[in-house]
Write a protein of this length. Structure first.
Length: 519
């Protein structure tokens, strides 16, 4: 065990040394710290303590975030599990004279640090959380730690589910029934609490339901929210319960894996191999897509499409086969987060801004981005710009559908006019193509090589810059000219459309040379 502790400590120390020996990573770290400082500094300006919203809203948001993260992480156990080991651990430690219990402890400690790093984005939410709820930097750090614990427990649950169900379709069906049945039971009970709560304001009824002690029993999210709230309020009893349940979960996992003689080596090897393949593919700029274990073969072939139009038809067929519902899971989550944010903040403009913010982070996941990493689109004997336009055609119905599903509920929440809703729908759709133009321009300049973290940061920076002119136009028309909000958003959409077309024109030759992907 002492050797593994030595390994853990020296891995952390060498990681720190590595940052200072790599200028790109050092610059990235300094820029990230500077952004956190800027967010904290700007968030402390012009704050009116009398305008703070109820803390119960923040606690409800924390529970929703933790519950969503745990469910999305744990359900991976039905597909490929989750691993707390790297491929180097599998190749070196698993083949050495180490006890399985000792290796399990090493994996748990290693995963804690990685889970904490996954939630760093929470620190960048300080400005609006402080302005709306009066949360301090310490409060946000506690939320971050709770998020890391949630991810950690979700990954452990995924590994357990995979260990129990791997190799048996019957066990997968039973486990899915139990897993989703528990979630459905809590959702139905929550709806029941909202329905029977007193008060005409739906928000107050939701907050009463979210504070129910029964929700503390929701896996991971319930007791972790309880502990986080206890730290923020200085309640020792809640802290003890939350921390005790977390430690109890670790002990239970340890018992199930080691004492019950579960042979987790094979499951860890499979999950680690899948994770390693995905990481390697991302580093090499290759696209990977999840495929089901059992595929039902129906109609084959594209059916139609000729020349460059075959690209758009290919995307339509892939979308039809890849999802059952109207939207994929990521789109549904974006819509729910946007609606919930606007509902709690009670500002439809803030909800629209949140939808644009989420779009920046997810627009690169479309099929057009996967097409850039495949050789076939480059080999097609068609003009590059024509191929590019047909490659992006699939995004028109996708973005429109996402926007419609997101903003139709705004009409019932805020009782606004339909023209404003139409403006939001068109504004978000056009913003998607604006961000696609930024991404394509970066592909044109840098390919997919270089430091990925710096390219992502450059992408976010350019997206923010590209969005500023349209925002300025809308603000001027709304605050100075006093035009209705719908016309201001439509004007912003028109301005963004012109800028998006300009960016696409500058990126028209991105499909001319396939070597762009290997720079």
């Amino acid at each position: 065990m002492s050797a593994l502790l030595y390994l853990l400590s020296h891995k952390a120390k060498n990681r720190v040394k590595e940052i200072f020996h790599r200028p790109a990573e050092l610059v990235l770290l300094l820029v990230g710290v500077a952004l956190v400082v800027f967010v904290i500094f700007s968030g402390n300006m012009d704050v009116n303590p009398g305008s703070f919203r109820p803390r119960a809203e923040l606690y409800a948001i924390i529970f929703a975030l933790y519950a969503l993260v745990f469910v999305l992480t744990a359900k991976n156990g039905f597909v490929n599990g989750a691993s707390m080991f790297s491929m180097a651990d599998v190749n070196l430690l698993f083949t050495g004279p180490n006890l399985s219990k000792t290796l399990l402890s090493y994996g748990l400690f290693s995963q804690m640090g990685r889970s904490l790093m996954l939630g760093v984005f929470i620190l960048y939410q300080y400005s609006w959380v402080h302005n709306q709820y009066g949360a301090t930097v310490a409060d946000l750090f506690v939320i971050l730690v709770g998020y890391a614990m949630t991810v950690f427990l979700g990954q452990m649950a995924a590994m357990l589910l995979y260990s129990f169900t791997s190799g048996s379709d019957e066990k997968v069906r039973i486990a899915k029934g139990v897993f989703y049945g528990i979630i459905a039971a809590f959702v139905l009970y929550f709806v029941y609490l909202v329905a029977r709560a007193s008060g005409d304001n739906i928000l107050s009824r939701v907050l009463i339901a979210a504070a129910s002690p029964v929700l503390h029993f929701f896996p991971a999210a319930g007791f972790l929210r309880l502990g986080v709230v206890g730290v923020m309020e200085g309640n020792v009893v809640r802290i003890a319960i939350g921390l005790g349940c977390f430690v109890g979960s670790l002990i239970l996992y340890y018992v199930l894996v080691s004492v019950l003689n579960m042979d987790y080596y094979e499951d860890v090897l499979k999950a680690t191999e899948v994770s390693f393949s995905a990481i390697t593919a991302r580093k090499e700029g290759k696209a990977q897509e999840m495929t089901p274990r059992n595929v039902k073969v129906g109609k084959t072939g594209l059916g139609k499409g000729w020349g460059a139009s075959a690209i758009a038809q290919k995307h339509n067929v892939e979308n039809r086969r890849g999802k059952v519902l109207l939207l994929d899971l990521a789109s549904v989550i974006m819509a729910v987060v946007t609606i919930a944010f606007a509902f709690f903040i009670k500002e439809m403009i803030a909800g629209f801004a949140m939808s644009i913010y989420l779009l920046i982070m997810t627009i690169g996941g479309g099929r057009w981005s996967k097409e850039l990493t495949l050789p076939y689109v480059y080999l097609m004997p068609e003009p590059p710009f024509k191929k590019l336009l047909f490659m992006l055609k699939e995004q028109v119905p996708v973005l429109l559908t996402q926007s419609v599903v997101t903003f139709i509920p705004f009409y019932f929440i805020f009782r606004c006019d339909w023209l404003t809703i139409i403006g939001f729908i068109l504004g978000r759709t056009v913003a998607g193509f604006l961000f696609i133009g930024v991404d394509l321009l970066l592909h044109r300049w840098f390919g997919v090589g270089g430091n990925k973290a710096l390219l992502i940061m450059l992408y976010f920076g350019l997206c923010m810059i590209a969005a500023v002119p349209g925002i300025v136009v809308a603000v001027v028309l709304y605050q100075i000219v006093f035009l209705p909000l719908a016309f201001c958003v439509l004007a912003m959409a028109l301005f963004d459309l012109l800028l998006a077309l300009l960016l696409l024109f500058f990126s028209r030759n991105v499909l001319s040379v396939s070597e762009f992907n290997n720079k």
